[in-house]
Design a protein around this ligand. Structure first.
Ligand SMILES: [Zn+2]
Ligand SMILES: [Zn+2]
Length: 271
């Protein structure tokens, strides 16, 4: 069975398809279960003034409609919470009251910008940009408990094209580049009974997902078991993108299971 556990709908400020259209895409591609993980970015300064929080009534109604239209596809209610220092308590409170099946904790905004916008890389070397990303993620994730998996470890590297003017284009970080920081992040998740995701959107940029396979191997070595796989789709076309490839990669890195979640409890499925 194929599961896509990172799907954005138009409930997200940056999503482009309805929940029902996401479910239709899943059905067409033989995906048995999807989890909607729309953005909850409390405190995030959205460019253009979009709302970084979720309209729960709209979200619940859209889920109900999609479940009625596609009863053969299991559709879970999740959220991707953007971690922002100073707002972690507010984020946890929102998660507690809104009855999610699954929560991804992601580092998008770092100190003064989101790598997505490009400005983050100005006046920083590639190494400074990567190290600051991992430091910020580490600082937030050790303080934040109410999540199930850490999203796309290596997010910053998706935007390394901002260094295209350099003679040597920097490469995405691997485990050996920042072993202490990466171990702290992985061990914090494992210690809390949480896990990480494989995010397949990076296949388009670098030919492999986030995190880098060397980090998946390290996660397996440390005893990590909780793993989800998601496309991070923001359109109907991207639902299910490269999920079978990522499952095979996880297995080759020594991981044994892919998880689905119901009411925040993982179910383990052998890879
Ligand atoms: Zn994200
Ligand atoms: Zn996402």
């Amino acid at each position: 069975m194929i599961y896509d556990y990172h799907v954005h709908s138009e409930i997200s400020f940056d999503g482009a398809c309805s929940v029902t259209d996401c479910a239709a895409a899943a059905k067409d591609r033989g995906i048995g279960e999807i989890c909607l993980t729309d953005h909850l970015d409390i405190g995030y300064p959205v460019k253009g003034g979009g709302c970084p929080e979720i309209d729960q009534d709209r979200y619940n109604a859209a889920l109900e409609q999609a479940r009625a239209a596609f009863p053969g596809v299991v559709i879970k209610k999740g959220v991707e919470a953007g971690l922002l220092g100073g707002y972690l308590g507010e984020i946890e409170q929102d998660i507690r009251i809104n009855g999610y099946d699954f929560v991804i904790a992601s580092q998008h905004y770092i100190v003064d910008g989101d790598p997505y916008d490009g400005d983050y890389f100005k006046n920083r070397t590639p190494q400074q940009a990567q190290e600051l990303y991992l430091t910020e993620l580490r600082d937030n994730i050790v303080q934040f408990d109410d999540y199930d998996v850490i999203g796309h470890i290596g997010y910053v590297d998706k935007y390394l094209h901002n260094y295209d003017h350099l003679t040597h284009r920097p490469r995405p970080f691997e485990f050996c580049d920042y072993p202490d920081l990466i171990d702290e992040i992985l061990l914090s998740a494992i210690g809390k009974g949480n896990g990480i995701e494989i995010n397949t959107s990076n296949y388009r940029v670098h030919g492999y997902p986030t995190p880098h396979p060397s980090i998946l191997e390290r996660y397996a070595q440390l005893g990590g078991e909780v793993l989800t796989i998601g496309s991070d789709s923001h359109s109907q076309q991207a639902v299910g993108f490269k999920i079978p490839e990522a499952m095979a990669l996880a297995k080759s890195c020594g991981l044994g299971y892919v998880c689905t979640f119901t009411a925040r409890k993982p179910q383990f499925h052998s890879l």
